[in-house]
Write a protein that binds this ligand. Structure first.
Ligand code: FAD
Length: 632
């Protein structure tokens, strides 16, 4: 135990993506001694991969945009299952968070009049995504990091120490949350480089650990997306909600195999790109669902007219929410109208001049040239669905981001509720800024109201150390299991049996297979090497988290007997209004995952009034409609 580093803070932020950095800035600005712990290099969080932009109704390109329209779009995208208070806060506050980024030094693309430029994206009624080419996430992280550095310089000026109130622990993984009688007391972590352990003490933890995509074989997600925050929260006693809703982005690369799943940004379609089948037909006109009929064009002429005259034409169906487009692509491929490598064609080459494509979509141009030897200014791209985002996450209070465990907060992709059954593109970057800030503020308020600080128990630290080292002990055992093999099997199970199109019996067999993998995972071993940068050891810890979170996804998906948003059941096609207000809650008790149903609270009256009753009729049950009409 002698070699365990020990540090003391007011708040530990786990994760240095957009949510974590914004939370840390807020906490530090409110005077808290703040640690930021991230398993990636500082500046390399998943957020840097974000391409299209940040959704915020600034109205710079269409002055009719406002928070109410954004709110409506978000609720429609989530098929009315969203936590409406979160959607409201997000729609209201995202513009302020974008302007604030400018004050931190962000350089957005501009309109001809010099305002922040905003682009079209699926499901957003007006051009709404503030962007920096197709590298928005990189600029967002660069800017937030710059702000952190400036705060550290202030601390140096005041205390003679850059890290007096804000320290970053890069390449450092948290394996456990430490509790004192049910309250957060700290976190246990290790340095990835040398395998040495850390005991971080603090009364608050903000989970900003991102998503779970690495549990699936085909994914746009980076290596860090192993559901650590989701698993840490569950084990500490917090609830996860909406875990059945996993977003499959319609356009990932499908070829060559080594790059399968890498994202092709929605900006390609936002900027005019269209989807075609093997015959060159624009098939999306066949897939406009009943709830969206009336808002989308039914001819190519009208769809094309929308780009230059959105007031007199309806939107192209290529810009339907992601779940609709992903399902449509899946059907085309299944019907034998796909491309040679099992996708469809995304064509921007015939739609925009080559120099315009290279200017607006530089990363896509580079990505296809380098990885697939395809010149997107001259040829179509082959694309297909890829696991992209998890709508489910830690259940939090919308205003403070507090979970059900005292002192534990969550924001960004790790938190659930905001996006309902399906996230609109661009709403994640808005989400992580709005709720990152709120989580930092929530933690500060909690600390201010705290009496005696919780204490870390030595026994808990020793137990955490023992658990982390167990894969070394297993190496000699006859039952030893290889983490890479287990990870591969897990990804296969999730992709094939709990993927984009689901069936009851397949998910039941997925649960059997997950149980078997869980048993074997108890014997995961490192086999070679010691604690110094040892990826196999790191993976043993990640796989345990992925298995726990995957079980939540599979159990919740089996329970929800309807299709809605990111959850599509072949055996229960179509939305069932009786499920709309029902939310599935995952808990971890005595080592087992349980799923229970809960009813969403009814939407506040002034928010209900933003919708036409004919639209609500498409989603609500007759009883609910009765309540609503009485209300209105
Ligand atoms: P992240 O940015 O993923 O940060 C997670 C952090 O947690 C990392 O620092 C990681 O190292 C750390 N971490 C994880 N586990 C641990 C642990 N155990 N211990 C310590 N640290 C840990 N959204 C949009 O709104 N607009 C877009 O244009 C857009 N484009 C996208 C393009 C791509 C290719 C992808 C994959 C996603 C895109 N998204 C987009 C989604 C969006 O980027 C993510 O949802 C968002 O960045 C998540 O941010 P976050 O702050 O929640 O987490």
């Amino acid at each position: 135990m002698a070699d365990i580093e020990r540090h003391d803070y007011d708040v530990i932020v786990i994760g240095a993506g957009g949510a974590g950095l914004r939370a840390a800035i807020e906490a530090r600005s409110r005077g808290l001694r703040t640690a930021v712990v991230c398993k990636s290099l500082f500046g390399k969080a998943h957020t840097v991969m974000a391409e299209g932009g940040i959704a915020a109704s600034m109205g710079n390109v269409n002055s009719r945009d406002n928070w109410q329209v954004h709110y409506r779009d978000t609720m429609r995208g989530g098929k009315f299952l969203n936590n409406w208070r979160m959607a409201e806060l997000h729609a209201k506050e995202a513009p302020q968070r974008v302007w604030e980024l400018e004050t931190y030094g962000a350089l957005f693309d501009r309109t001809p009049e010099g305002k922040i430029s905003q682009r079209n994206f699926g499901g957003h009624e007006y051009p709404r995504l503030a962007h920096v080419g197709d590298r928005t996430g990189l600029e967002l992280i660069r800017t937030l990091q710059q702000k952190i550095v400036s705060l550290q310089q202030e601390d140096h000026a005041e205390h003679g120490d850059y890290e007096a109130r804000l320290r970053v622990y890069p390449e450092c993984t948290v394996t456990e949350l430490l509790l004192d009688e049910g309250r957060i007391a700290g976190a246990f972590a290790y340095w990835r480089e040398n395998g040495r352990f850390l005991r971080l003490e603090a009364p608050t933890v903000v989970l900003a650990t991102g998503g779970i995509g690495k549990s699936f074989k085909v994914t746009s997600n980076s290596w860090e997306y192993t559901g650590d925050g989701h698993a840490l929260a569950l084990r500490a006693g917090a609830n996860l909600i909406d875990m059945e809703f996993v977003q499959f982005h319609p356009t990932g690369m499908v070829y060559p195999p080594s790059v399968k799943g890498i994202l092709v940004t929605e900006s390609v379609r936002g900027d005019g790109g269209v989807l075609r089948d093997a015959e060159g037909r624009r098939f999306m006109f066949d897939y406009v669902p009943e709830v969206f009929k009336g808002s989308y064009a039914d001819s190519e002429q009208e769809a094309d007219g929308w780009y230059s005259d959105p007031d007199n034409n309806r939107r192209p169906p290529e810009l339907l929410p992601r779940d609709e487009v992903a399902r449509a692509i899946n059907s085309e491929v299944k019907e034998g109208r796909g491309s040679p490598h099992g996708g469809v064609y995304l064509d921007v080459a015939s739609r925009l001049p080559a120099e315009e494509i290279a200017r607006r979509l530089p990363s896509m141009h580079h990505q296809f040239k380098e990885l697939a030897d395809v010149d997107i200014t001259a040829e179509s791209m082959e694309v297909g669905p890829t696991c992209h985002y998890v709508m489910g996450g830690v259940e939090v209070d919308p205003d403070t981001a507090a979970s059900g465990v005292a002192g534990l907060f969550a924001a960004g992709e790790a938190a659930g509720g905001m996006h309902g059954s399906n996230r609109l593109g661009g709403n994640s970057l808005g989400d992580l800024l709005v709720f990152g800030k709120r989580a930092g503020a929530g933690a500060a308020e909690y600390v201010a109201g705290l009496g005696a600080r919780p204490e870390v128990s030595q026994a808990d630290v020793e137990a955490a150390e023992q658990r982390a080292l167990r894969p070394f002990e297993e190496s000699g055992s006859a039952a030893a299991q290889h983490p890479y093999a287990l990870h591969g099997e897990l990804q296969q199970v999730m992709n094939e049996l709990v993927g984009i199109i689901r069936r009851g019996e397949e998910m039941s067999s997925a649960l059997d297979e997950l149980a078997e993998l869980k048993d074997r995972a108890g014997h995961m071993a490192v086999f070679e090497g010691n604690r110094q940068f040892n990826p196999a050891w790191h993976l043993t810890l990640d796989v345990a988290n992925m298995l726990l979170v995957s079980e939540c996804v599979a159990r919740a998906a089996l329970r929800r007997t309807e299709s809605r948003g990111g959850h599509t059941r072949d055996d229960h096609p179509g939305m069932d209004a009786t499920w709309r207000r029902r939310q599935l809650v995952c808990e971890h008790r005595d080592g087992a995952v349980t799923v229970t149903e809960r009813t969403h609270p009814p939407m506040r009256r002034d928010l209900l009034e933003l919708f036409d009753i004919t639209e609500l009729r498409k989603y609500f049950t007759a009883d609910e409609l009765g309540e609503v009409t009485a209300e209105l």
